[in-house]
Design a protein around this ligand. Structure first.
Ligand code: S3P
Length: 739
């Protein structure tokens, strides 16, 4: 039984929402007593008879008397009058909230009646409803798994906020907090405007045909689209009048866009229609996924996926892992900037590369797909991007943010680049500083972190840059900026890093001069559309290379794996450790070498990892640490401080995870020492939202002695959609919870 959060809850207005809240509070025993007042005595009587409330009161004041929570659940426009009746009876300690669809209007009504917004006034809005109305439709389950938005002011009393939040959570809802202004803008766009359009469309059509005969021929699309035109007219007239300013802004925006479509139809501008429709289709699909909690703009931190692995197993099969992430990002970028249509196959449909794809759609590029890894990009030319309407959200991807920074520095418009929590912590000074030296104007948040605000219309000049760290992202960023710069831009790297940008630029007919450790481009050229076959990602294959090496009786073949010499560090290192990896069918496809890999169980031994292999295996160290833990003898890694600024601090997070399984290691500033031959126990590991950490511990289970649970695994979808299924199919005893 719950300890009641409140003594006496007074609900003013016993309609669908007020009644459902009262019923939920009673059902969950969240208050000792629930009382209500409504202008309709019949509704009050029904409330008692239906068990929705304990007591019906005969006036607002009588209901509010002695209440420690007062919920205003009357139509928005009646709020001020009701507040005037509440005021004399309201205790100082009571929390006052509401359930209205517009929040600035509630705040204005409170200020009008009380003079100010006290610390215990917390506006609220449950995003739940039903076509039915009235207390007879009250349903204690109405809020289960729905969102409730609270819009506390700055000076809110924290304890009161927590209490109200707990009440809603007790009713099964998920509580979000945001500002009043933001709430009203968001609702104007996502709820109010669609209702207005539905009302207006049905009215227009009904008016065109007095007999309404037209509706007889209306198909499912019309029915779906106009369902909300059957909503309560009184309530909606209230909402529009109360949220006037925000609604007017989105109506104007929509009217402008509708006019543009009208013009496009009038002038037979098919390209414009295709652009808008394909962008909208992608947005809609991605919204559908979001609703089921899968899409790349899902706040991954709100979605909890847990991996649970049973110990042991062996790895067998013949598989192809998804497309290379680095190449997928670049294929969209160069395809968008090229003249002509670029066809991409084997594209990684992971959240990071999908975010890049969406960002280009937001800049006016028509992109069809992805459809089973097939993407068709209608390039707009090097100077054809258009200003996006808002910030470009790049999810979890450092690569996207750093490459975009170069590519956008010289555009004739401003842009803002944002990302998820992990990306928001990553250093961007490494690209912002050299770009500034070229003439770019870029603001970062404190410490050189995202968001990046890029001021467009800058004339860039080529520079020569000696990179202080071996980073393909920095190199690629500067080469992309170099396409727009006056003169030559050259970059020298302290050690070889992946060269996909250089290879792909050549594939698009843009010459890259390469000499030793230096690559350079001259600005002012154009790109020609190309065909790209994205190989399977060696970074994703790496989990299976280690898995089949450490698990007994394994024999696994990985097809079409990218074997770019700047990426094969993981194979070199595993072979030095004694792994059995055969490279078969080596071939070159679209400027990138690929091969099939056959890997069998082997007894691994610890090694000193050669430092020159570090940049060539930079993303594979988490799973190599697992190999090291299973090897005989000590493994030492040095010169890998870059690992500390990846999606997580991969040295510390791996050491902590291994420790949770009883595996010792010694963390150093730029690496780690892992004594081999250790027993892996079971345990619970926190992946810190890092996809590669999560997958590494899934691999570790093959040699563990107990169950391994890994928390915070949703981000695996950024680089490896379908990982769990493929891992299970080949021999890892894995289950994902919360997907
Ligand atoms: C990448 C470069 C590497 C790598 C990242 C992808 C790229 O980052 O870790 O996953 O696509 O250019 P750094 O350039 O920061 O080393």
């Amino acid at each position: 039984m719950n300890t009641p959060l409140f003594q006496r809850v007074a609900v003013i207005g016993l309609g669908l929402i007020g009644g459902s809240l009262a019923a939920a509070i009673r059902q969950q025993q969240l208050a000792v007593e629930v009382v209500a007042y409504d202008r309709e005595a019949d509704d009050l009587r029904a409330g008692v008879a239906l068990g929705v409330i304990d007591t019906a009161e005969t006036s607002v004041a009588a209901a509010v008397q002695g209440a420690d929570l007062v919920v205003v659940a009357v139509p928005v426009r009646a709020t001020e009058a009701v507040l005037a009746e509440i005021r004399p009876a309201l205790s100082d300690q009571a929390i006052l909230t509401d359930v209205g669809s517009t929040k600035a209007s509630f705040v204005a009504a409170v200020e009008a009646v009380f003079g100010q917004l006290g610390p215990r006034v917390i506006p609220g809005h449950p995003i739940a409803g039903s076509e039915k109305s009235g207390v007879h439709a009250a349903n204690p389950e109405l809020f289960a798994n729905h969102k409730v938005i609270l819009t506390p002011a700055e000076g809110v009393d924290g304890a009161s906020f927590e209490r109200l939040k707990s009440l809603w959570e007790g009713c099964g809802a998920r509580v979000l907090a945001m500002s009043v202004g933001y709430h009203d803008e968001v609702l104007a766009a996502t709820s109010h405007l669609p209702h207005l359009i539905a009302f207006s469309l049905v009215d227009t059509l009904a008016g065109e045909d007095q007999n309404m005969d037209i509706f007889r021929y209306a198909a499912g699309g019309f029915r779906d689209f106009t369902r909300i035109a059957a909503s309560d007219p009184v309530m909606w007239h209230d909402i529009f009048l109360s949220n006037r300013d925000a609604v007017l802004r989105v109506i104007d925006h929509f009217s402008r866009d509708l006019d543009q479509l009208r013009d496009a139809i009038e002038h037979q501008d098919g390209a414009m229609l295709l652009r808008v429709f394909s962008r909208a289709k992608a947005a809609r699909e991605h919204f559908t996924k979001m609703l089921s909690g899968q899409a790349y703009v899902t706040d991954m931190n709100q979605k909890q996926v847990t991996f649970r692995m049973q110990p042991g197993g062996s790895m067998n099969g013949d598989i192809r892992v998804p497309g290379d992430k680095s190449i997928s990002h670049r294929s969209i970028m160069l395809g968008a900037l090229a003249d002509g249509v670029t066809e991409v196959r084997g594209f990684l449909e992971g959240e990071d590369s999908l975010a890049t794809l969406q960002a280009f759609r937001d800049m006016g590029v028509t992109i069809e797909g992805p459809d089973n890894g097939h993407v068709r990009i209608h390039g707009v030319g090097i100077d054809g991007l258009q200003a996006p309407r808002g910030p470009l959200y790049l999810g979890n991807s450092g690569t996207a943010m750093r490459l975009f920074a170069g590519l956008l520095a010289a555009q004739p418009f401003d842009t803002e680049l944002t990302g998820d929590e992990s990306l928001s912590r990553r250093p961007m000074g490494r690209v912002a500083d050299p770009l500034r030296a070229m003439g770019a104007v870029i603001d970062t948040a404190e410490g050189g972190r995202p968001p990046l605000k890029i001021h467009g219309s800058q004339a860039l000049t080529g520079i020569h840059y000696e990179m202080p760290v071996a980073s393909a992202q920095v190199k690629s960023c500067l080469l992309l900026a170099g396409l727009y710069a006056e003169g030559a831009t050259s970059v020298t790297e302290p050690a070889p890093t992946r060269d996909h940008t250089e290879r792909m630029l050549e594939g698009f007919g843009y010459h890259v001069h390469r000499k030793g450790a230096t690559s350079s481009v001259s600005g002012g050229g154009r790109l020609t559309a190309s065909e790209i076959d994205v190989p399977a990602d060696i970074s994703s294959a790496a989990f299976f290379l280690v898995a089949a090496s450490i698990a007994p009786e394994s024999d696994l073949t990985l097809r079409h794996v990218g074997m770019n010499p700047t990426r094969v560090g993981v194979i070199n290192i595993l072979r030095l450790m004694g792994a059995s990896i055969e490279v078969l069918n080596e071939r070159e496809i679209g400027g990138e070498p690929v091969a099939d890999l056959r890997v069998r169980s082997a007894t691994l031994r610890g090694i000193d990892i050669p430092e020159d292999q570090v940049p060539l295996a930079i993303d594979e160290f988490p799973v190599l640490f697992v190999a090291a833990a299973c090897a005989e003898g000590e493994t030492v890694l040095r010169g890998a401080e870059e690992l500390r600024v990846k999606e997580s601090d991969r040295i510390q997070v791996m050491a902590d995870g291994l420790a949770a399984l009883g595996v010792e290691s010694t963390v150093t500033a730029d690496g780690i020492v892992i004594p081999g031959g250790q027993r892996l126990g079971g345990g619970t590991v926190d992946s810190h939202g890092d996809h590669r950490i999560a997958m590494s511990f899934a691999v570790a289970s093959l040699r563990a002695e107990g169950e391994i649970v890994v928390n915070d695994c949703a981000n695996v979808a950024t680089s490896f959609p379908g990982f769990v299924e493929l891992a299970r199919e080949t021999g890892i005893q894995i289950a994902a919870e919360g997907e």
